[in-house]
Design a binder for this molecule. Sequence first.
Ligand SMILES: Nc1nc2c(c(=O)[nH]1)N[C@H]1C(S)=C(S)[C@@H](COP(=O)(O)O)O[C@H]1N2
Ligand SMILES: [Mo]
Length: 261
Amino acid sequence: MENRSRLSRQDAGLVLKEARKLLSARVEHPGRRAFLTRTLTLGGVAMLSGCDVTNNAGIERALSAISRFNDEVQARIFDPHALAPTYPASMITRPFPFNAYYGITEAPAIDESGYRLEIGGQAADRRPWRLPELRALAQTEQITRHICVEGWSAIGRWGGVRFSDFLARIGADTTARFVGFKCSDDYYTSIDMRTALHPQTLLALTYDGRTLPREYGFPMKLRMPTKLGYKNPKHIRAIFITNTYPGGYWEDQGYNWFGGS
Ligand SMILES: Nc1nc2c(c(=O)[nH]1)N[C@H]1C(S)=C(S)[C@@H](COP(=O)(O)O)O[C@H]1N2
Ligand SMILES: [Mo]
């Protein structure tokens, strides 16, 4: 019996749509946005990935190969010195939207007195941190746009410790490839070291001038205006430096890992 499923017209359309989405990488230029887009045919997808795209498993493999290719493209065009746009306070989105893989009432309530930020992996000083110690470090603030892949964006104001300062403080091995994050819900994600060291990457402790509220990630989130919303972990409980690919909650379900915005 012929068991090999043929690719339906609908599936083919889906592959092409995903491929275009995954292959479109955006770069920020001062004052304007440039879009690097490429169009692929189904044959191109098959060629690029070396995968048999005549069945669902093959399509899955092709899409993840394209996503990995896209990670490389994004890493190559990422400019560690280019700054994401900042905005005046009058443009802050009010109320700022909440998002998580659960509803707002389920956002974890973390007790400040018992809280310790754990440090792991390739760092010289892996002592845990209490919140007052983090607040005692030099603080900075920024008003930037958060872009969610679900189709919304919003401008918000975050304050906290420049992440590159924090990495220096813990003696992180900045030649390592990844920084991983574990959160107090079941969320986790990881970023490339160059984005970790970007001047606008912030270990955010405040939102709009007050302590980071529960729904926006108390006690802290990593705020990166150069990355999409799902790359910005809230309720961080552990940070680790590693050369072993740590993946992420959505990334392990097929979202692109680099996740640049
Ligand atoms: N811990 C944790 N962090 C998370 C998420 C989550 O579900 N849990 N969702 C991500 C997604 S998809 C988005 S868009 C932003 C939403 O952040 P906000 O609630 O501050 O708007 O958080 C990101 N970080
Ligand atoms: Mo998101």
